[in-house]
Design a protein around this ligand. Structure first.
Ligand code: UPG
Ligand code: MN
Length: 824
């Protein structure tokens, strides 16, 4: 084990100060892509010899390094004269930094000028200009009736409510009053949810054109074929090696390092809020393994580039593989990956053994010096026990010798540069500039901001893509689609490109709507037609410039915004509020895939956190009611909805008890079930069904998914959302802080892949839905027997109440989908 021995290689560990922490121990690992130079970090194993026994085809070289060492300074340098410099086309562009004008030559330039031909550097002047991306409107045959139905439903709803208000049930005013208040709120929340969905769009990006414009060698301008794509920095956040196994994070890192993007333009930064040596050493192992994995992926077009997923794919691995050496390469990489996994699994043990050995040595030293000084050796000596890195130094995250600014919970950030970048350029000020104090640690937002600051002095890529540790790259071309939008003409006001979140390992019938498809394929696509989708925390590509504006306002106006457990939505909101727009990038093959909790308890806790974040937003100055004029009208409604939706739970819970109350009291929300009421009911139901069908068609969500979403809306609406409102109120009124409960990504080894699903971990959040279901069943039974035995049976009212009750109960019924092999 290399890691149990102090490394003999020189270690270039940069430990640098960053934002002081208040709750955790942020450790930021910074890692630039490899050029095959490894061994700069303790814990790294011996570098793989990339070429041993392999032949190097022209495209299949097993080297990861860029075509040459120099870093192309795209986007950074401003052409001062504003002139079109034909010679440096590929290496310098005349845009201003990170604004997205990267390749647009000024119209008076030498590139042909004029509107039609200014199509990017390297484009011959005679070629017509072509857009990198297109906006595709939804088919009229779906969207027109959809809009019409929205209007119809709105009108019917208005008439219905007016009718209800003017026809109180004087036999049971309380029932009538409760129901009408709830119904008015539901109408309001329906409007908030529905109106922003008026103009959904689809988009497409032209990857071939991107390649032609940025990646194509040119005899004159770019003889070495260097890419002129902009620099891209990946940020990965992890927080707890127990809940977020380092192997998962390592796989994410490997998928990033293997992405189809020029190595010299790519950098990867990892933040570990847990400050765990385990995570650090696992990352070091991953960096070493990348030297084997990345060339293998590139040589044989491997997909997905997450080794764990790749090696557990079912089916024939040789399908579509034509290179003769594929089988040999794959066998070798597979074996090395298995060994890599064993090393990762062994890490906790080897770190402990190593630390024990070092600690014992320290004890001996102290013991010796005490004896030499002639102090009574029987007196117990206190030796602080530390965690040790392989190079014989203390792991900075153990705080064994606390001092000012360097103690657990209050310390500087730690910056580790794991591998030298492929560039011979010096790393300007790496480390030193990290010494910023007074910034709050602030959960994930704090971690992200620390990465923004440290990456600024290392690679400073104009674009940043952030991923949760469990979200890996499933489509290695996807980031290029994002770049297409950023680099397209008119793209300079795009602050971020959000990709949908897709999940793996979810039960086939998706009982608790974990896939969230209605949100990701419906709501988000609709917002794309307004000002842009929300930022949802992972799988999002930012323009660095949009995060940077005034260095003193981190977490307040700039960067990731603090003060909420759902930092994501607030961060996106602040940008939209300043007039930026965002883009939703739905790639054919999922761009990223992550894990989601499949058992009810974890799911409820996740939803609870989101809803609590929403309540926090509602009571903060980020409430969209206070938005600036730059926020578009429909976008504002959507953001208001984000802040308001948890409050629906207050009305929902009352409404769910109404059927039982009607059944038991023998009254109903209306005086009698007359034709007018039934007609309204029929009309509204028809509108609802019509809207659902049309929405399912434009969003391409399945009807089953849509129904799961409705079900879970009721379950979470009566439990987690309610708790969120209470928590949020507690925070506002009593200042009680809300903690971020991490979702576990650890997979239990078990024969049944979905064993987790049936795991019942009791949580008080389950009480309201269970009580609702039980009371409704009970009320039906009681009312049914009463109606049968009563002398003047009130069947009408019973049927009304029972239908009402059944509507509630239907939300708790799950029919298990038996086609279990649909996953994959
Ligand atoms: O103090 C913290 C807490 C969390 N995280 C990271 O935040 C991410 C999300 O945590 P997870 O438990 O997986 O939450 P989810 O509910 O699955 O995440 C969704 O919701 C979060 C906001 O509530 C967003 O931050 C995420 O990007 C989004 O995927 C993970 O990478 C964590 O490592 C930190 O870095 N520091
Ligand atoms: Mn997650």
């Amino acid at each position: 084990m290399a890691s149990s021995q102090p490394s003999k290689r020189p270690s270039k560990v940069t430990v640098a100060g960053a934002g002081g922490g208040s709750t955790g121990q942020p450790v930021k690992f910074a890692r630039r892509t490899s050029s095959g130079q490894t061994g700069l970090c303790p814990g790294c194993k011996e570098p793989y010899k990339p070429n041993d026994g392999e032949d190097d085809g022209p495209t299949g070289s097993l080297s990861v390094s860029g075509p040459d060492g120099k870093r192309a300074m795209s986007l950074v340098r401003q052409n001062q004269k504003g002139e079109f410099d034909n010679k440096g086309l590929f290496n310098e562009t005349s845009g201003s930094y990170g604004i997205g004008s990267a390749y647009w030559p000024p119209d008076d330039g030498g590139g042909g000028g004029g509107k039609g031909s200014g199509g990017g550097f390297g484009d011959p002047a005679d070629k017509p200009w072509r857009p990198l991306t297109r906006r595709l409107p939804m088919p009229k045959s779906i969207i027109s009736p959809y809009r019409l139905l929205i209007v119809v439903r709105f009108i019917v709803l208005c008439f219905y409510l007016t009718w209800r208000i003017s026809h109180p049930n004087d036999e049971a005013m309380w029932l009538w009053f409760m129901s009408i208040v709830c119904e008015m709120w539901f109408a309001f929340s329906w409007i908030l949810d529905q109106i922003p969905k008026l103009c959904p769009v689809n988009r497409s990006a032209d990857l071939q054109l991107l390649h032609d414009k940025f990646d194509t060698p040119d005899k004159v301008a770019n003889p070495e074929g260097r890419s002129d794509l902009p620099g891209l920095d990946f940020f990965v956040s992890t927080a707890d090696p127990e809940k977020e196994p380092p192997l998962v994070t390592a796989n994410t890192i490997l998928s990033i390092l293997a992405v189809e993007y020029p190595v010299e333009k790519l950098a990867c930064y990892i933040s570990d809020d847990g400050g765990a040596l385990l995570t650090f050493e696992a990352m070091a192992e991953a960096c070493s393994f990348a030297d084997l994995w990345v060339p293998f992926c590139r040589k044989h077009d491997i997909e997905p580039r997450n080794p764990d997923t790749y090696f557990s794919l079912k089916g024939d691995p040789t399908k579509n593989k034509t290179r003769m050496d594929f089988v040999k390469d794959r066998r070798r990489v597979k074996r090395e990956y298995d060994e890599f996994k064993v090393r990762i699994n062994n890490l906790p043990d080897s770190i402990r053994r190593r630390s024990d050995a070092f600690n014992a040595r320290e004890e001996m030293k102290i013991f010796k010096s005490i004896r030499e000084r002639g102090v009574d050796p029987t007196e117990p000596i206190k030796v602080k026990r530390a965690t040790w890195m392989a190079d014989g130094t203390h792991w900075p995250g153990t705080w064994t010798n606390p001092s000012r600014d360097h103690a657990k919970g209050d310390h500087a950030g730690i910056l580790q540069i794991m591998l030298k970048p492929p560039s011979p350029d010096p790393l300007h000020g790496s480390g030193e500039e990290e010494k910023r104090s007074g910034y709050d640690h602030n959960k994930k937002a704090g971690a992200m901001n620390a990465l923004v600051r440290s990456s600024a002095v290392l690679s400073n890529g104009p674009f940043i893509l952030n991923l949760d540790c469990d979200h890996y790259i499933y489509n290695c071309m996807a980031v290029r689609e994002g770049i297409c939008f950023m680099m397209d003409r008119g793209g300079e006001d795009i602050c971020y490109i959000q990709f949908p979140q897709r999940f793996e390992g979810i039960d086939p019938s998706d009982r608790y709507a974990n896939h969230n498809t209605v949100f990701f394929d419906g709501n988000m696509r609709a917002l794309d037609g307004v000002q842009g989708p929300f930022y949802v925390g992972t799988g999002c590509m930012f323009r660095r410039f949009a995060l940077y504006e005034d260095k003193t306002e981190w977490g307040d106006r700039v960067g990731w915004i603090y003060g909420s457990v759902t930092e994501d939505v607030v961060t996106g909101y602040r940008m939209h509020n300043r007039g930026w727009r965002s883009i939703y990038c739905l790639t054919k093959r999922d761009a990223f895939r992550g894990s989601a909790p499949i058992n009810l308890t974890d799911r409820l806790h996740q939803v609870l956190r989101w809803a609590t974040g929403s309540v926090e937003i509602f009571f903060s100055r980020n409430n969209a009611f206070l938005a600036s004029k730059r926020l578009k009208w429909l976008q504002r409604l959507a953001y208001i909805n984000v802040g308001v939706y948890p409050f629906t739970s207050l009305f929902l819970i009352v409404y769910c008890f109404l059927p039982a109350l009607s059944l038991l009291s023998g009254h109903f929300i209306v005086k009698n079930l007359n034709a007018t009421f039934l007609m309204y009911l029929l009309l509204m139901t028809l509108c609802l069904i019509g809207l659902a069908v049309l929405e399912v068609r434009w969003s391409e969500v399945s009807l089953e998914d849509w129904w799961r979403n409705e079900q879970f809306w009721l379950i979470s609406g009566t439990s987690a959302h309610l708790a969120a409102v209470i928590q949020g109120l507690l925070k506002v009124m009593a200042g009680i802080e809300i903690s971020f409960t991490l979702t576990s990504k650890a997979v239990e080894d078990s024969d049944d892949a979905y064993a987790e699903l049936y795991l019942v971990k009791w949580t008080s959040l389950m009480i309201p839905p269970i009580v609702i279901a039980m009371i409704n069943v009970l009320a039906m039974v009681v009312a049914f027997s009463r109606t049968i035995y009563s002398i003047s049976p009130q069947w009408g009212k019973f049927v009304g109440g029972a239908f009402f009750s059944f509507w509630v109960l239907a939300h708790f019924l799950t029919v298990r989908n038996t086609s279990d092999n649909s996953e994959q």
